[in-house]
Design a protein around this ligand. Structure first.
Ligand SMILES: Nc1ncnc2c1ncn2[C@@H]1O[C@H](COP(=O)(O)OP(=O)(O)OP(=O)(O)O)[C@@H](O)[C@H]1O
Length: 607
């Protein structure tokens, strides 16, 4: 039965709300199974020796009790307890040989099913990762980074058991179980039937108890993931927590979560512990029937001691396959939910797609026009309304306006992170929807406000703009944008390792690095999302000088906040609620005493 892991439940206390929207189990679905199998298919050939080894292992396991029966009934004299020693030695040696074969076959099977399983997981993981690289911004708008991460890690890992053990074990268990049943029935039909009363019993107990145990562990997992989310949030927001003196509140909440987790763990663990004894009692019931009815059959001469021993050995092997089949069922249900989420992801198509006949954008001059653009992120909530802008190659454009007025949206459309609902964006007169995404984005450089610094060295970070750049080229661009001096003052110069997201660098330094990165990639069109954070006048001067170098000979679009940047722009576009309300250079707009004049005056008021 599908289990919605309390989808709408939320842990709620003060500001903390965590929803559990993860469905851990789903009912069995053949179509999905078939789709999962496509990842397994390329490894079918590798599976053949594994299956052969599995067969050898199972057959030897089934053969051993028959040897015991033969030794007791045909070699050992039951009155004197003696027998033909050489035959007994021979039987012992055969049995030992069978055990060794069984051991080797099992080792081979486990090792190789694990290898194949890991290969399958690897191909699923890389399929998802490759797919993510192609998805459009619209997709990421809807999903927090965490949920994307979970797909690549947890959901793929959840398939691990199924691929490493599930498939081969299923076959092995069915063969072993069927083999034992057939042997027991052939030897003595009535006794076979009598002792097999325990089989359905074991199935029922195993599936119903396991279901309860599964749910109990799911609760533990859910609570664990809540704790992880809370931990993550707490660590990321530590500065804010301490600044607002919320530590005590945080600790209390964490303790409450921890206590609840422990309670669930104790419950699940107690259930787990009860599983073994209950099954043992059921198995003992089978043994009782065997000895009671078996000894009766022996007394009337219809059965032998050797067969009785063989029967009890077989019955000891009953439980393993039943147990594993039950486990496989749980694995399957979990795999259904995980694979559904994985496939939902893989089926997601990029909204910004390259046309089939898209051609590479030729080397551009840098003319840009927005032709009557209408755009909306959400239906019926236009973010841009009838925007028309014409920019000549080499001009610098400043986009200004209140927050939410549509500045970043214009930039998003120019990079083709989204497509307009109406109108078109043209570069050198070519509609950007007609060219390949690669060739477009290679010629449009983007310097973001939140400069992303990857973990690695300073040199690697600059080189991100042109992977084959030489050291000299890197130093040259760093010098040109005034970044060289600060880089050389770092412990290892260009080889200094910057930690994830560049926390060791100041805002201004990060911005200079991103300028160097952009200059190295040498795009004809440059987009600059100017950082708003106040930086000291010295750095501001450095940035201004760097900007002059950077913008030379390029068409530039700047989301500008600093007056020093705006003043020098060839054209200033003032946006309000997704519309252009004013356009002109600084002097013209100041003279007009309109929205721009108001914005500039407001900025001065704070200076
Ligand atoms: N990913 C998104 N999904 C839905 N709506 C969005 C998205 N991004 C922006 N918007 C909305 O579109 C409008 C324009 O946003 P945009 O980011 O272009 O403004 P902006 O002028 O760049 O603002 P800021 O100066 O604060 O960066 C806003 O109303 C915003 O709420």
């Amino acid at each position: 039965m599908a289990t919605k892991a309390t989808a709408n439940e939320a842990v709620k206390r003060d500001r903390f709300v965590y929803t559990d929207d993860d469905v851990i189990e789903k009912s069995f679905n053949w179509q999905q199974m078939r789709r999962l199998y496509t990842y397994m298919k390329p490894h079918n050939r590798e599976l053949i020796p594994v299956l052969i080894m599995m067969m050898i292992g199972t057959l030897t396991r089934l053969g051993v009790p028959l040897l015991i029966y033969y030794a007791i009934d045909n070699v050992i004299n039951q009155k004197t307890g003696t027998g033909d020693t050489s035959t007994l030695w021979l039987l012992g040696a055969i049995m030992l040989g069978m055990y060794i074969i069984q051991l080797l076959a099992t080792q081979y099977r486990i090792k190789h099913t694990n290898i194949i399983g890991q290969k399958v997981l690897l191909s699923i993981r890389s399929h998802i990762f490759t797919h993510i690289q192609k998805l459009s911004f619209r997709f990421f708008d809807k999903r927090p980074a965490g949920s994307v991460l979970v797909r690549v890690t947890n959901d793929v890992n959840a398939l691990q058991d199924l691929f490493t053990n599930g498939v081969v074990n299923l076959l092995m268990d069915i063969i072993q179980l069927a083999g034992i049943i057939v042997i027991l029935l052939v030897i003595n039909f009535k006794l076979g039937l009598a002792v097999m009363i325990t089989v359905p019993l074991m199935f029922i107990i195993s599936t119903s108890l396991r279901k309860k145990i599964r749910f109990a562990w799911q609760e533990v997992r859910m609570k664990n993931s809540r704790i992880n989310s809370h931990l993550n949030e707490s660590i990321q927001g530590m500065k804010v927590t301490q600044a607002f003196v919320q530590e005590k509140n945080n600790i209390a909440f964490f303790e409450q979560m921890n206590a609840s987790n422990l309670k669930s763990w104790n419950r699940a663990s107690a259930m787990n512990q009860s599983f073994g004894p209950i099954i043992e009692v059921t198995a003992a019931l089978g043994t009782c029937i065997l000895y009671w009815y078996g000894s009766h059959l022996i007394s009337i001469g219809a059965f032998t001691i050797g067969l009785l021993v063989a029967y009890s050995t077989y019955m000891a092997h009953f439980w393993e396959p039943i147990n594993r089949l039950g486990q496989l069922y749980s694995q399957l249900l979990i795999a259904m939910a995980s694979s559904e989420r994985i496939f939902e992801f893989i089926d997601e198509q990029p909204t910004v797609e390259e046309k089939k006949d898209a051609k590479p954008l030729p080397q551009i001059r840098g003319d840009v026009s927005f032709d009557n653009i209408v755009f909306e992120y959400e239906p019926d909530r236009p973010a841009l309304k009838n925007i028309s802008i014409n920019v000549k190659a080499g001009q610098s454009i400043a986009l200004v306006g209140h927050t939410g007025s549509g500045k970043s949206t214009i930039i998003n459309l120019l990079c083709r992170f989204y497509d307009p609902v109406q109108g078109s964006v043209l570069i050198d007169g070519i509609d950007i929807r007609d060219v390949t995404l690669d060739s477009l984005r290679k010629q449009v450089g983007l310097v973001m406000q939140d400069t992303f610094i990857f973990s690695g060295t300073i040199r690697d970070n600059i080189r991100y703009g042109k992977l084959d750049a030489t050291h000299d080229e890197i130093v040259q661009v760093a010098k040109a944008v005034n970044a060289h001096d600060f880089i050389m003052s770092l412990p290892d110069g260009y080889d200094t390792q910057v930690e994830e997201r560049g926390n060791m660098l100041s805002m201004g330094q990060r911005q200079l690095l991103s300028f160097a990165r952009a200059l190295l990639s040498n795009p004809k069109i440059l987009i600059l999302d100017e950082a708003t954070a106040s930086i000291d006048t010295d750095t501001e001067l450095k940035i201004q000088e760097a900007l002059k170098v950077l913008l030379k000979g390029r068409t530039s679009f700047m989301i500008a906040h600093r007056l020093s940047t705006i003043r020098h722009a060839d054209d200033i576009i003032v946006l309000d609620h997704g519309q252009i309300v004013e356009q002109g250079n600084h002097e013209q707009l100041m003279e007009k005493q309109g929205v721009y004049h108001g914005l500039i005056k407001a900025q001065y008021r704070f200076l």
